[in-house]
Design a protein around this ligand. Structure first.
Ligand code: SF4
Ligand code: SF4
Length: 369
C-alpha cells in the first residue's frame, strides 16, 4: 500500500460518498452563509474554505444524548416493592470527521485526558471516540481570531488527527497519521500521493508563519498570579460579557455537562446535555448558595481552567487550542487571547475605560449577575 494518497478536486464528493458507505461522515457544510459540521450526504454543500462555526466535538460528545433508558416495575404481589430495569445506550455508529481543523483535532486530546486516560473512563465518550476517525484539513491561512501557535498547535499540527489533508491546486494530499487513519488509503477514488508530498509539506510550513502569537516569544503565556487573583481585573475586562454562553458551546475544549431525567409514568431516559460554566445556574447548589454568583467569577474560572488549573493537572497542557471561535462569535467581542495577554502582567494598566477592543461598557446590574 502507498504511504500517502491524493484525491482530485473534482472527485472529492465522490470520495466522501465512498467513505459514507461504511460510516457516518461529518463535514463542514454550508447552511445559508454559515458553515456547520453535520452529516454529509449528496444533498449537502461541502465548504472547506473556512473553519466551521461549530467545532466537530458533537460527533464524540453530542449536544444531548440518552445515556440509558429505565423502566420501573411494581411487584404484583407486594406493592411496596419495585424493581428498575436499565438499558444502556452503547450502540455507537462508526463515524468519520472529515475537514476538522488541526485545532479541533487537538481539542479531542484535551477531552481524552479527562474522559479516557483515567481510572474511570467515560464509556459513552470512549465508545464514540474509538469508533471515530478524524481526517484533518491543514489551514492554508489563519481565520480572524486564531492563535493556535501560541498554545502549542499550528495550522498543520498532527496531535489528535488520524489523517492529515493538505489542499493543493489540483486536489487533496492525504497523509495517514495513525494506524486507524491508514484505512483511508484503501478507499476507492484515492490515488498514490507521492508526487504531491513535497508541495504539501512546503505549504504546511508556510502557513505556520502566518498565525499570530499574542502571548510570548516562546508561545507559553506566563500568567501573573497576583493579577489573576485580583477581582478588579476581572470586573474590568469582562464588564460587557452577556453571559450568553456562546463561547463555551462553540469551544472545542469545553466539556461541561448536565444530567437530567425525562420521565413518563413508569419509564424514562437519563440524558446528558452540554452545559457551561458561563451560566449562573451551572454552580447553583441545592441550598441556594452559588460559589460563582457573578459573571466575572465565572469568566475567571473559564480562563483559569484553561490556562492554569488544567495545565497544573495535565503536565502543562493548555486547555485552549487557539481556534478563535469564542473571539469570532462573541456578540460583544470579548477576546480571551487579549485577556490572557494582559494576565502576563506588566503591560496591563487600569483606566476608566474598558480595554480598547472591548468597546463601550453597557453593563447593567442584570448583566453583572
Ligand atoms: S464572553 Fe461573549 S460569548 Fe462568552 S458568555 Fe460572554 S458575551 Fe457570551
Ligand atoms: S477558549 Fe476560545 S480560542 Fe480557546 S479553544 Fe475555546 S473557543 Fe477556541
Amino acid at each position: 500500500m502507498a504511504d500517502t494518497g491524493f484525491v482530485q478536486k473534482e472527485k472529492l464528493n465522490d470520495f466522501l460518498n465512498e467513505l459514507s458507505k461504511d460510516a457516518v461522515v461529518y463535514a463542514p457544510c454550508l447552511e445559508g452563509d454559515t458553515v456547520i459540521f453535520k452529516a454529509f450526504d449528496s444533498g449537502t454543500t461541502l465548504c472547506l474554505d473556512r473553519p466551521a462555526n461549530n467545532p466537530p466535538k458533537l460527533v464524540v460528545f453530542p449536544q444531548s444524548e440518552t445515556l440509558f433508558s429505565f423502566k420501573y416495575k411494581k411487584d404484583a404481589e407486594d406493592p411496596r416493592k419495585m424493581s428498575v430495569e436499565l438499558e444502556a445506550n452503547t450502540d455507537f455508529p462508526r463515524a468519520i470527521i472529515f475537514g476538522a481543523r488541526p485545532c479541533d483535532a487537538k481539542g479531542f486530546r484535551i477531552y481524552d485526558s479527562v474522559y479516557i486516560d483515567t481510572n474511570t473512563p467515560d464509556p459513552y465518550y470512549k465508545g464514540r471516540r474509538e469508533k471515530t476517525m478524524i481526517a484533518t484539513l491543514c489551514c492554508s491561512a489563519p481565520s480572524p481570531g486564531c492563535f493556535c501557535v501560541a498554545v502549542g498547535g499550528g495550522p498543520a499540527h498532527r496531535e489528535g488527527s488520524d489523517v492529515l489533508i493538505t489542499q493543493l491546486e489540483k486536489g487533496y494530499f492525504i497523509e495517514p497519521v495513525t494506524e486507524k487513519g491508514r484505512a483511508i488509503l484503501n478507499v476507492p477514488r484515492i490515488e498514490d500521493g507521492e508526487q504531491y508530498a513535497e508541495e504539501a509539506h512546503k505549504r504546511q510550513l508556510e502557513s505556520h508563519d502566518l498565525v499570530r502569537n499574542p502571548f510570548a516569544e516562546d508561545g507559553q503565556p506566563k500568567i501573573s498570579r497576583a493579577l489573576f487573583d485580583l477581582d478588579e481585573f476581572w470586573e474590568h475586562v469582562v464588564s460587557k460579557c452577556l453571559s450568553c454562553g456562546a463561547c463555551t458551546y462553540l469551544c472545542p475544549t469545553c466539556y461541561c455537562f448536565n444530567i437530567t431525567d425525562e420521565q413518563a409514568l413508569n419509564n424514562g431516559e437519563r440524558i446528558r446535555s452540554w452545559d457551561g460554566c458561563m451560566f449562573s445556574h451551572f454552580t447553583l447548589e441545592g441550598s441556594g448558595h452559588n460559589p460563582r454568583p457573578t459573571k466575572f467569577k465565572r469568566f475567571k474560572n473559564r480562563v483559569g481552567h484553561k490556562f492554569l488549573y488544567y495545565p497544573e493537572k495535565y503536565n502543562g497542557v493548555i486547555a485552549c487550542c487557539g481556534c478563535g471561535r469564542c473571539i469570532r462569535h462573541c456578540p460583544v467581542s470579548v477576546d480571551i487571547s487579549e485577556i490572557v495577554s494582559y494576565l502576563r502582567g506588566p503591560r496591563f494598566e487600569f483606566t476608566n475605560e474598558p480595554p480598547e477592543s472591548m468597546g463601550t461598557d453597557t453593563n447593567s446590574q442584570e448583566q453583572k449577575q
